[in-house]
Design a protein around this ligand. Sequence first.
Ligand SMILES: CC(C)(COP(=O)(O)OP(=O)(O)OC[C@H]1O[C@@H](n2cnc3c(N)ncnc32)[C@H](O)[C@@H]1OP(=O)(O)O)[C@@H](O)C(=O)NCCC(=O)NCCS
Length: 155
Amino acid sequence: MDMLIKLYPPAAFATAVPSGPGGAVVRKPIGPEHGALARWVGESFGASWASEVQVALANRPVSVWIATRDTTLLGFACFDATGRGLFGPIGVADAARGRGLGAALLRACLLDMRSAGYAYAIAGGVGAPAFFRRVAAAVEIPDSSPGLYANQLVP
Ligand SMILES: CC(C)(COP(=O)(O)OP(=O)(O)OC[C@H]1O[C@@H](n2cnc3c(N)ncnc32)[C@H](O)[C@@H]1OP(=O)(O)O)[C@@H](O)C(=O)NCCC(=O)NCCS
């Protein structure tokens, strides 16, 4: 199932600052971190998401945000990775969930997408619809499953 997110006012995230709670920082990865990020995503969330994060890392500017505390990676979120205008994947480490990091990462991407000129974002293949409804007022797109992902090659 895909979900549509408005990127124009009065979107709830319009004035949100892309920073994380509890000492975590939400930022873009720099070049020397790309390998470590793709590896972490693969180990934590599987090969498909690692493939998508590699696409986001190949975009200029990179279309992936990460949450870190000191030198520890806590989460990531991408857009323009699965396809243009699509948000996702997003993942937060098990131990770091429920503290607002996922919301901060999603908002950082949505602000970035709005700055890039998109009017809407589409959260693709959503596995946690309540999260997207809650943070970004996302609405379900009818007949969108399996949508773009039909017959996806298994990594
Ligand atoms: C979904 C995910 C990214 C959320 O990250 P998180 O850091 O735990 O989320 P936050 O703490 O920022 O939560 C923000 C809000 O969404 C709600 N929320 C978070 N995950 C939720 C879920 N799975 N279902 C329903 N509500 C959820 C929280 O309760 C919170 O609500 P509040 O504002 O009332 O407190 C994280 O659970 C995750 O990595 N899951 C596994 C990967 C995944 O499913 N990714 C999404 C694929 S579409």
